[in-house]
Design a protein. Structure first.
Length: 111
């Protein structure tokens, strides 16, 4: 069995193990998440708290649905975007970025 960063247990559960639904969810993830990640990266670089909050919030449900640990990092980014606390968010972003890059490659390989 291949080691993966993702876990499709929740996707399979909500689809009642329908492979067409799972494929659709994976396709949607692979189409939308890279753009969201790019937008989040720009917002982090620009220290645009509102956009960091918006993109992290948008990404969280998909991250959780695909069993990614990065959903906790996205929550941290969202919280940073909601307040004025001086905190370095680069570690959270870099973890999320690397996990997603790995996940994209794995999903493309597996689907």
């Amino acid at each position: 069995m291949k080691k993966t960063t993702y876990d499709l247990t929740q996707v399979q559960m909500i689809s009642d193990n329908d492979p067409d639904f799972v494929n659709t969810m994976v396709d949607t993830f692979l189409k939308e998440m890279p753009l969201d990640l790019e937008n989040l990266a720009s917002a982090v670089l620009e220290e645009n708290r509102e956009n960091v909050r918006l993109y992290a919030h948008k990404m969280k449900p998909s991250l959780e649905l695909f069993g990614l640990k990065g959903h906790e990092r996205a929550r941290n980014l969202e919280l940073w975007g909601k307040n004025t606390e001086q905190k370095d968010i680069n570690e959270d972003f870099m973890f999320l970025h690397q996990e997603l890059e790995n996940t994209f490659l794995e999903l493309e390989r597996d689907f």
